[in-house]
Ligand binder design. Structure first.
Ligand SMILES: [Fe+2]
Length: 505
């Protein structure tokens, strides 16, 4: 049960019938016929004021998933929904419409997340985010992972196991999605607010790039089509995202009145293959203006969106690290070929595009690297005097990488030779942003562990961006967890961090 893709008059309500979610055939124990699903939408959580109801068939060809796309509702309102089928009734979910297009709301409290590897730990971070009652949640990719049980492990061993083999077929991907959706912490996060989701690589396969798999595979296009089909079936996406063969329309805009426009990107489906064989490289191809991470069409769509924007905050919701992140302390610039660093000319066109369009407050939101990061964005990362033209906020993983460890703010070695990088923390967690007309405040929340359930969460650091003043201001810096008796520091933190990010983020 979930909701998503809100606009000012509606959203998508989602459910899937699967009485045996772990069934190997991916069909969730359902018969090969359509089953009617009743849905109700109410203005109150007790359903005294039902505003809409209907019946939607759950069809076997969609693995008995249901997408109800609503319009004509009131802007800026909270709604409650539930489903009934074959004598079962679902829990109640809460969702909301976006504010009216002309309205400038006083605030939006939202959270963003990424990288939820079921095997690597408990999804407590999802529950802790849900407890803060955000109005909107963005998932920036790696919602699920393709691996067979125990082939991608964390130090100390994986506390949980995937069901089924490495996902290659539609049945595999459906079974994997169903397993993830059995997690009650994930369920709580879906039930609290509408989600806006984009996939990264692991919803299909590690580091895929358009039609190119990580390792040669003659069946990759069929695999990609199966992964897209299962992703659509299991996410609260609009009809416009129904896959057609190997293609799926994922990039789109979500507007929150005049306060914020979210430009949700797809940096996988149209990208050129990673340069120099992927990995961390000093790679000339990374600077080739003919190469792109977005594809020409999406780039034109985004630049056009910058020019037309009337939003106070223009927010890019996307997958991989945007700022330059050099991991070499010497004269070489060694950067990740899977991130925007591997497509530096592409990044320059986007950055210059928002500057040329006079975008008032550009902010890039990112996942992928399994650690919290915050960065000032520059027109030229090679020039230390280059002015700051935006900010990037990167959320840590929900679980990927395992427990991780805390460290003193500013102690990560890469911050020394990447002065625009302002913050890194290698605990698991999520970022909560409160966006107002005057400022955007980002709370980097962390959990001391995910190898056991029920960890508490606390805010590790807060950065504020002021309206019309690009750049990050550190306004809160919690003492390291060790100082508060929550988790041991690890002496080898720097090395561990580098490794955890280069191996299959
Ligand atoms: Fe990841």
């Amino acid at each position: 049960m979930a909701s998503g893709d809100p606009d000012h008059e509606g959203f998508v309500l989602w459910t899937r019938l699967a009485p045996e979610p772990l069934a190997e055939d991916g069909l969730g124990g359902m018969p090969s016929r359509s089953v009617p699903v009743q849905w109700e939408l109410a203005a109150d959580e007790n359903f005294r004021h039902v505003v809409r109801r209907g019946v939607e068939p759950a069809r076997p060809e969609s693995a008995h998933s249901v997408h109800v796309e609503l319009d004509g509702l009131l802007p800026g309102r909270e709604y409650f929904y539930r489903f009934r089928a074959e004598g079962w009734i679902s829990p109640v979910g809460r969702t909301r419409t976006a504010p009216a297009p002309w309205h400038l709301p006083a605030a939006l409290a939202m959270g963003f997340v990424s990288c939820s590897q079921y095997e690597h730990g408990y999804f407590t971070a999802y529950r802790r985010l849900a407890e803060t009652e955000p109005e909107l949640i963005l998932h920036l990719g790696d919602y699920q992972y393709e691996y067979a049980p125990d082939t991608y492990t964390v130090p100390g061993g994986n506390p949980r196991d995937h069901e089924g083999p490495e996902t290659r077929t539609l049945a595999n991907y459906r079974q994997r999605h169903a397993q993830y959706k059995t997690d009650t912490d994930l369920q709580a996060a879906h039930a609290v607010a509408p989600w806006v989701v984009v996939f990264d690589d692991h919803e299909v396969e590690n580091n895929w790039a358009d039609e190119v798999p990580e390792a040669p595979d003659p069946d990759f296009l069929a695999r990609r089509a199966a992964a897209f089909q299962a992703y659509y079936e299991n996410m609260p996406l609009r009809r416009t995202s129904i896959p057609r063969g190997i293609d799926m329309q994922l990039y789109r805009r979500v507007r929150w009145g005049r306060l914020a426009t979210f430009h949700m990107l797809d940096t996988r489906q149209y990208r050129d293959d990673q340069g120099c064989g992927d990995g961390y490289k000093d790679c000339p191809a990374a600077y080739d203006p003919a190469r792109s991470i977005t594809g020409a069409e999406q780039e034109a769509w985004l630049l056009d969106g910058f020019r037309r924007s009337e939003a106070r905050w223009d927010i890019l919701g996307q997958q991989v690290f945007f700022a330059q992140r050099d991991n070499n302390s010497g004269p070489l610039t060694v950067t990740g070929m899977d991130a925007w660093d591997g497509y530096a000319a592409s990044r320059d066109r986007i950055t210059r595009g928002w500057v040329a369009a006079g975008v008032r407050n550009p902010v890039v939101l990112t996942g992928d690297v399994h650690a919290h990061w915050a960065s000032d964005l520059k027109l030229d990362y090679a020039d230390p005097t280059s002015r700051t033209v935006g900010s990037e906020l990167v959320c840590s993983s929900i679980t990927s990488g395992g427990d991780g460890a805390d460290s003193a703010t500013g102690s990560h070695p890469w911050l020394r030779f990447n002065p625009h990088l302002r913050f890194q923390n290698n605990l698991r967690g999520y970022v909560r942003t409160t966006i107002t007309p005057a400022q955007l405040a980002a709370n980097f929340d962390v959990l001391p562990y995910v190898s056991r359930p029920d960890a508490p969460a606390h805010t590790r650091a807060t950065f504020v961006i002021e309206d019309r003043v690009p750049g990050l201001n550190l306004t809160y810096d919690a003492p390291p967890a060790a100082a508060r008796g929550l988790a041991p520091e690890r002496a080898d933190l720097g090395r561990q961090t580098v490794e955890s990010e280069t191996v299959r983020p």
